[in-house]
Design a protein around this ligand. Structure first.
Ligand code: PLP
Length: 475
């Protein structure tokens, strides 16, 4: 936060604690002298614009409602602080308040412990009754993990976040927690393979059925909502590997009218490119393994939404036990500091690579939501700030021509996953669907000449030169 000059009549609000311990309040400069929720990194003295002596008096007299918060201090001084932008929150979000302080360390410490101690029975009882804020056992929470959850909450602008050991763990725990026995869910065709497997093989054991619709089929969605007792709509946006985008606002309106929740897997978008909660969704999940971590070195998952829903998922998580390790949470915190920078670069690189691939004679088709040729381009433009770092394309050739292109590149690694600093390339037929046979692959729309390219943060021109030299083998 930029320090501003002190002016006569300015006040400095040192913070109001109370509302779930993490929110501070700031005095707005409007004539009504309203209180606004500020972000937690304002836990350092919150600067407010000049306000009247009268307001200062009323604050001290306690006749301004503080939503249950406690007024800590109020002294003359300073100016208003702007609400931070998402890039600022990537760096500071979650890390300025309530975290453990060890030897004045700038970075959030790794609290590498499996359990937490109490001085005596009285302290334990105070903890049980919510009068003493601490932690109990590692499966139920950890200070490092908590800070990371706060950062992700702020990035998605949700009330609460739950981290877990992987994106799959987040998705399966969420489904188990929110869909009742005998319930029904709606998903979309282009779906992460293991999520589909869970829906098709595990959920039926609890008599939970599923309807699968095309991502843009609103008629099919309405019909399914009328026909079944739908608890939840769950889709990626953009999807893997065809980068289809679902219209989150329209879907949320339709689903909410039928009492169904909407959960969007926003892994491919990141909170930099898309804020599904703002668009109307109830929950957002991420495989934080991908862009959030960003360095191809951790597995993690996150779910964000209102406190009630995330609390329900957390209760299930406490039972199922897909706990994230505090060290992984710390690596995630570190990775997310550069999320804004990385995604900006990856957006730019992918857009340019997609454009150039579309012109390349050895490429039949490019799937990228930033291209006008993409079926969901209009939806993507409406709800996204950028189109992400993954480009899928179809080589003008068969399975083995495509394999030659994959084998001919030198910069990207051949590997599953995406979203890290290193570019990765893969042929979905071989890496994800090899065991499925041609019929199943055709059913999922996976064609043999499809390549999925995840742009890293290398130079765009180097990536392009490399792709070109490999594609040119087919000329
Ligand atoms: C990778 C991925 C997952 C699974 O996440 P893991 O962290 O690998 O368990 C789920 N959804 C999408 C869209 C993914 O890309």
């Amino acid at each position: 936060m930029q320090a501003t000059a002190w002016g006569p009549g300015d006040v400095q609000v040192l913070g109001y604690r109370g509302y779930k311990e993490r929110h501070v309040f700031r005095v707005a400069s409007s004539p009504q002298y309203q209180f606004q929720r500020a972000y937690s990194w304002h836990s350092r003295p919150v600067k407010v614009r000049a306000i009247s002596e009268e307001l200062v008096q009323r604050l001290h007299d306690g006749n301004i409602p503080l939503n249950g918060a406690e007024l800590l201090d109020l002294t003359p001084g300073a100016r208003e602080a702007r609400d931070p932008c998402i890039d600022t929150n990537c760096v500071h979000g979650g890390e300025r308040q309530g975290r453990p302080r060890v030897d004045d360390s700038l970075t959030t410490p790794i609290v590498q412990t499996s359990t937490f101690t109490f001085r005596n029975t009285a302290e334990l009882i105070a903890y049980q009754e919510g009068r003493y804020g601490s932690y109990e056992y590692g499966r139920y929470g950890n200070p490092t993990t908590r800070v990371c959850e706060e950062k992700i909450s702020e990035l998605e602008r949700g009330e609460a976040c739950l981290l877990s050991s992987s994106g799959m763990n987040t998705a399966t725990t969420m489904l188990m927690a929110l869909v009742p026995k005998g319930g029904h869910i709606i998903t979309t065709t282009d779906c992460y393979r293991r999520t589909r497997q869970f829906i098709q093989t595990v959920l039926p054991k609890m008599d939970i059925g599923a309807t699968v619709i095309n991502p843009t089929d609103m008629v099919g969605l309405e019909a399914a909502l009328r026909k079944h007792p739908v608890s939840l709509f769950f889709s990626e946006s953009p999807t893997n590997p065809f980068l289809r985008c679902v219209d989150v606002t329209t879907i949320s309106r339709l689903c909410h009218a039928h009492g169904a929740l909407v959960c969007i897997d926003s892994t491919f978008a990141t909170p930099i490119n898309q804020r599904a909660l703002d668009l109307g969704a109830d929950l957002v999940i991420h495989s934080a393994t991908k862009y959030m971590g960003g360095h191809n070195d951790v597995l993690a998952g996150a779910i964000v939404g209102n406190a009630d829903l995330v609390g329900t998922v957390r209760a299930m998580h406490n039972v199922l036990g897909g706990t994230i390790d505090p060290h992984v949470a710390w690596l995630l915190l570190r990775g997310m500091k550069t999320l804004g920078l990385r995604v900006e670069r990856q957006n730019r690189t992918a857009m340019e690579i997609a454009r150039r691939l579309e012109e390349h004679p050895c490429v039949r088709r490019v799937h990228y939501p930033g291209l006008r040729s993409h079926p969901d381009h209009a939806i993507a433009v409406q709800q996204m700030n950028g189109f992400g770092g993954v480009v899928s394309f179809e080589v003008d050739g068969d399975l083995w021509d495509t394999a030659r292109v994959i084998d001919g590149v030198r910069l990207p690694y051949i590997a599953p996953s995406l979203g890290g600093v290193e570019s990765l390339i893969e042929q979905p037929t071989v890496i994800s669907y090899w065991d499925q046979g041609p019929e199943k692959r055709a059913e999922y729309g996976i064609v043999d000449n499809l390549v999925r390219f995840s742009c890293g943060i290398e130079s765009m021109e180097d990536i392009w030169a490399d792709l070109c030299q490999s594609l040119d083998q087919l000329r």
